[in-house]
Design a protein around this ligand. Sequence first.
Ligand code: ZN
Length: 310
Amino acid sequence: MKFLSAPLLLAGLTLAACDTKTATTGEAATSAATVEKADTAATDPAAAETSGTKAIAADEANATPAPDPKTIPASSAGNAAAILARPQVPILCYHQIRDWTARDSKGAKDYIIPVAQFKAQIKMLADSGYHTISPDQLYAYMTTGAKLPSKPIMLTFDDTDLDQFTVARPTLEQYGYKAMYFVMTVSLGRPNYMTKAMVKQLSDEGNVIGSHTWDHHNVKKYQGKDWETQIDKPTKTLEEITGKKIVYFAYPFGLWNPQAFPELKKRGFVAAFSLAEKRDQNDPMFTIRRIIASGYWSPKTLRNNIVQSF
Ligand SMILES: [Zn+2]
């Protein structure tokens, strides 16, 4: 596991940050297959297909209304057995989207996806008929079994990197896709990170903003005032920026412990996202799984890993 200290993040380093490299130890017996990094060919057959009317189809899927999570009875969210029994929706996690440089380490490249590779991955999703869903749709599905569009998927972007606005946003727009952005508020407005205005624009355009703490400290180590610094204040900042209630959280490094659940719940969060490790059997809504879509993965590798990991 890598850990970047706060001073490094404060310095605005664009080194890939952030999450544990457990992208592959899922519930679905995926492990070795998902780690495979060899397939970097840009000439994947999926990328060569044409996408036709996919953008329209995605728009229709995105229009599916989802109830406000607050209107769903708490008993539904507390029924762990029912939630665990439903098939998981694939959720991808991205960090930086930029071409690799000589300074990028081998390990960092899981977190840095070259621009063409990113575009090819997203095109593959559209060509394969995937529909992006909102976290509210996911919540309604997980807690009540509410219907989702065919081939649902959720796209998430962590750590506030600027290229999520300059590269991901227009790419997703092409296909009518929406995403979830987990913002680390310490970075707002710093070089190579998004500004508050960009975060607001993403929110206004129908994407959902979630909290990713103030400066990416490990939730398992919080005590005393840490909850205020890492959770309360950033949540307030994000609510002021977006004008919307912030109810979704992503754990820095994907790391969590059950002690964090009541702390998050009493602060108004309804669900929290981790990485690929197994969900908590008592509280699956606070350990929703995601896989990191590695910079090494061709569209074909991504497609295989989606199927195997969820
Ligand atoms: Zn992160």
